[in-house]
Design a protein around this ligand. Structure first.
Ligand code: FES
Length: 155
């Protein structure tokens, strides 16, 4: 991280939540909104501000899939890998999309164009298999719809 200016941005965000009970998640969301990810230094800074251990804050960050250690690509595809979507053929579609992009789940293309991620139940089980594309829900994915989607996001 760029030392001084990033550090002062982090201090300013953390200070906004000082003294608030249950501030860990809101502060992490605010940092991710600002930086696009959770910089490594933020974990210790939050721990210090909340009088908690670094391991506790790290545990929160790693528990929630939405928090990123590095910035995401310009486009983000999140495919649901939970049971309803699996049972509706989601795994074959997930494998096809990963192969098309040449990415493993959790990876970002080297040129920063796209990130492929897992997500576990979007609450769209009735329209499984489901995905989020740049935050927008996409349901009833079929191989044909996935192909169209890929032509749009990764031509
Ligand atoms: S299991 Fe995929 S949306 Fe619920």
């Amino acid at each position: 991280m760029q030392a001084a200016s990033d550090r002062s941005r982090l201090e300013e965000i953390i200070a906004r939540f000082a003294g608030i009970d249950g501030a860990t998640l809101p502060v992490l969301h605010a940092i991710q909104d600002d930086f696009g990810h959770i910089p490594e230094a933020a974990i210790q800074m939050i721990a210090d501000a909340e009088n908690r251990s670094r391991a506790e804050i790290h545990g929160v960050v790693s528990f929630y899939h939405d928090f990123r250690a590095v910035p995401a690509g310009r486009r983000v595809i999140k495919l649901c890998r939970a049971e309803a979507c699996q049972s509706m053929g989601g795994e074959a579609i997930a494998a096809r999309i990963a192969a098309h992009l040449g990415l493993e789940f959790g990876e970002t293309a080297r040129d920063g164009s796209i990130t492929l991620e897992n997500i576990y139940c979007l609450g769209l089980c009735a329209t499984a298999p489901a995905a989020l594309v740049d935050g927008k829900p996409v349901g009833r994915l079929t191989e044909a719809r996935a192909e169209r989607l890929l032509r749009e996001v990764a031509p």
